[in-house]
Design a protein around this ligand. Structure first.
Ligand code: ZN
Length: 172
C-alpha cells in the first residue's frame, strides 16, 4: 500500500476519520495494522504541512480546508441528533441511545415471539387448548381460531400444547 493510494482515498473522501480511510482502502487483514499506521503518519504529515485540517478533536476528524464535518455525520436512530461515528457500526449518538435501542429491540423480539411468556395460562385456557388440539390436531385454522379466542399468538398456543404433551407424558 503506497502513500499515493492512501492519498487517493483521502482525496475521494474529502472529510474522514482514520477508520474511514482504512475502510475505503480495504486492505487484507494481515496488512491492516500496517496500513493503519501509514494512514496516521500521512495524516500527521499533511496536517503539519497545512494541506489537511483537523475538523474535530474528539473523535478526530480530518479533511481538506473548507470542508465541513457534517459530511460524515450520521443521524441517531433513536433521538435523530447528528453525530460523528467513532466506528463503522455506530448507529446511535450516545450510550444512552444505544441502551434505549437495545431495550426497544428486545421488547420487539419478545412481542414477535408471541405472548406465551407474558401471561400465565388459566386452567380453563389449558383445558380448551388440550381438548381442542388433542381432538383436531395442530391445524392452522384450528390454531388461529384458538388464538382469537385466547388472544394469543397461534405459534404460542402450539408450543404450549407441545409442552403440555411432554408434561403429561412425564406424569404418566
Ligand atoms: Zn441519540
Amino acid at each position: 500500500m503506497t502513500d499515493g493510494k492512501i492519498w487517493e482515498a483521502m482525496l475521494k473522501l474529502r472529510v474522514f476519520t482514520p477508520w474511514m480511510v482504512l475502510k475505503e482502502l480495504n486492505p487484507p487483514s494481515f496488512l491492516k495494522q500496517y496500513v493503519k499506521e501509514k494512514i496516521r503518519s500521512l495524516i500527521n504529515a499533511q496536517v503539519k504541512a497545512g494541506i489537511l485540517a483537523i475538523l474535530n478533536d474528539n473523535p478526530p476528524v480530518f479533511g481538506f480546508p473548507g470542508e465541513s464535518v457534517e459530511k460524515i455525520m450520521r443521524e441517531c436512530g433513536i433521538c435523530r441528533k447528528l453525530f460523528i461515528p467513532v466506528q463503522d457500526s455506530d448507529q446511535h449518538c450516545s450510550d444512552e441511545c444505544e441502551r434505549e435501542y437495545r431495550k426497544r429491540f428486545l421488547r420487539k423480539m419478545r412481542k414477535e415471539k408471541g405472548m406465551e411468556e407474558r401471561r400465565r395460562y388459566e386452567k380453563w385456557e389449558e383445558e380448551l387448548i388440550w381438548e381442542t388440539l388433542s381432538k383436531h390436531g395442530c391445524k392452522s385454522a384450528i390454531l388461529q381460531e384458538l388464538a382469537r379466542k385466547l388472544n394469543r399468538h397461534p405459534q404460542a398456543i402450539k408450543s404450549k400444547f407441545k409442552k403440555m404433551k411432554r408434561q403429561r407424558r412425564a406424569v404418566a
